[in-house]
Ligand binder design. Sequence first.
Ligand SMILES: *Cc1c(COP(=O)(O)O)cnc(C)c1O
Length: 361
Amino acid sequence: MSRVYNFSAGPAVLPEEVLQEAAEEMLDYRGSGMSVMEMSHRSKVYDDIIKGAEATLRRLMNISDEYEVLFLQGGASTQFAMIPMNLMKNRVADYIITGQWAKKAWQEAQKYGQANAVASSADQTFSYIPDCSDLPISPDADYVYITENNTIYGTKYHTLPNTKGKILVSDASSCFLSEPVDINNYGLYYGGAQKNVGPAGVVIVIIRKDLIREDVLPGTPTMLTYKIHADNASLYNTPPCYGIYICGKVFEWLEKNGGLAAMKEKNVKKAKILYDFLDQSQLFKGTVRREDRSLMNVPFVTGDADLDALFVKESKAAGFENLKGHRTVGGMRASIYNAMPIEGVEKLVAFMKDFEEAHLK
Ligand SMILES: *Cc1c(COP(=O)(O)O)cnc(C)c1O
């Protein structure tokens, strides 16, 4: 068996111990005689899995009883519709456009009401986070929406926007569990699992209980109503059982490794290795404004498209996978989520140094 250093933006690298444990439990989950994939979601053994996952996540993130934790499906993109359908009482919401995912969420919300773009960094290819200290927040906005870590462009909010008292909704798909967060700052905080937590399809929604209401927008499907899922403890219908089981294992892995503070420390260290190299390199350049850099996604370029392509090709041959940048940015992107070991980044930087020496004119 040989595993590569996988820098994919998502689905992405998972902790090896988690995969190993899942493999060991594949045919016979703890004496049940079946795989978690094969068991009833109404069984006691599965109930322990989903309840256990929620309990571990609550401990990890220090989530109070004022919040509901929901394991839903449809990926992060389904939330682009579910959020306005459930929260747009006044049919007004303010969106901050910091990349493609924010833009998609904003466009989707326009189907349900007046979705205002109150700030944007589109003018510079989303390479920065706009100043959000004094935005023209709409007086009747039901919420203010952000994409907290911009997976494609490699930016992250290091200060949350001043929402002027409005509820903050955050798509944290690509920074979920990467560092401690104060969940009390949010009305709704959600993430698709496949960036930092588990298999694609699962989306974790943490929502303040008073925002879960029956009077959603007319025509809202049952399956897209938070209240239905909250009332049924994420078991209204068959949930993505196996995916939730893996998420639970990742939560346990995080807890065993010191929780989110320890994870942040590791992530800062990892990102610093890469950013420090980029800052002094004669060949490679980061594409993001320094103070807005993400700990999770690091885009960089050489400035020469042919050389970028050569780098992607040669890095792949050397065992570094998925370093090609998003098509809208070009160049390269290294996603260094929780499960990427420090040595993966160290080896990547060593490879980049060699490449620089070979190609610097
Ligand atoms: C990947 C990603 C999405 C889309 O996730 P899907 O599960 O494919 O719908 C949305 N937002 C962010 C920030 C992402 O990184």
